[in-house]
Design a protein around this ligand. Structure first.
Ligand code: IPD
Ligand code: CA
Length: 272
């Protein structure tokens, strides 16, 4: 399998950063009426700004690159012929956005022949952008300064500050609560911040020690997967599977093994 050169990846990273930054800027100025609709359940919201952000990202990312594929949470789904596919979440953390809470993000991932190669997660309410490129490291940019990131060295479950999230369907949330009821006394604490993409970047820069969640979609982790991998984080499902909707876990390799085994023993990937 061929790999795009560092020069090509660098150009694509610049394109992804520019697009994420323009979408983030757009989202920082919401209209008075967000025109909220619901999707899979009444609590699974989409606003006019999710749609506007996705339209802007699609036009910027594909400008002059019409042979790339694209997959977006709000409906973009087009195969390409170049081997590249953009996987985007125009707002990850729509509920935070709706409530005026910080921490939502714009997530722009790029795959080459199915493998994640570039990722950008912009979190404008925190003034931070995370980015990573396959083979070239991952970084956190704040105030125009970018620094390379790495995860924490916490190796015990009992000391692991753990980010997680919950789905939109009631039955799934009940199951997630069951798993959490067992996990919570065994870990340091949890954080439910509202954007899975940010949660995974927080593992990558050591802001939390671990993350797990059931029910993620490809656009929730496509960008963060590159950032995590390049920082030295293991991001995977159970039994060596790629991150997937049944279960996604992220942590440094030692801690990952412990989360993996405990969550497996609880059947946390059960179809619900
Ligand atoms: C959601 C967020 C949330 C996670 C949910 C996702 P959305 O994405 O990432 O943190 O717990 O599973 O669906 O709907 O805000 O794009
Ligand atoms: Ca979204």
């Amino acid at each position: 399998m061929s790999t795009p050169s560092a020069e090509v990846l660098g150009e694509l990273l610049d394109r992804a950063r520019q697009a994420a930054s323009e979408a983030a800027e757009l989202l920082m100025h919401p209209p008075a009426d967000l025109r909220v609709e619901s999707k899979s359940t009444p609590t699974d919201a989409v606003t006019i700004m999710d749609k506007r952000s996705e339209a802007l990202l699609v036009s910027l990312l594909l400008d002059g690159r019409e042979s790339d594929g694209i997959l977006g949470e709000e409906g973009s789904d087009r195969p390409g012929t170049s081997g590249f596919r953009w996987v985007i979440d125009p707002i990850d953390g729509t509920v935070n956005y709706l409530y005026g809470l910080p921490g939502w993000s714009v997530s722009v991932g790029l795959e080459y022949e199915g493998r994640p190669v570039v990722g950008v997660v912009a979190v404008p309410t925190y003034g931070v952008t995370y980015f990573g490129t396959s083979g070239l490291g991952s970084f956190r940019e704040r105030g125009g300064q970018a620094e390379q990131i790495s995860p924490s060295e916490v190796s015990e479950l009992a000391m692991a500050l753990t980010a997680t999230g919950f789905g939109y369907a009631s039955e799934r949330r009940a199951f997630q609560a069951e798993v959490l009821q067992t996990m919570l006394p065994e870990i340091r604490d949890i954080r439910r911040a509202g954007s899975a993409a940010v949660d995974i970047c927080w593992v990558a820069d050591g802001s939390v020690d671990a993350f797990y969640e059931k029910g993620l979609n490809p656009w929730d982790f496509a960008a963060a997967a590159v950032i995590a991998a390049e920082a030295g984080v293991t991001l995977a499902g159970l039994d060596g599977r790629e991150p997937n909707p049944d279960l996604t876990i992220a942590a440094n390799p030692t801690l990952f093994a412990k989360f993996h085994d405990r969550l497996k023993s609880l059947g946390a990937d059960r179809a619900v």
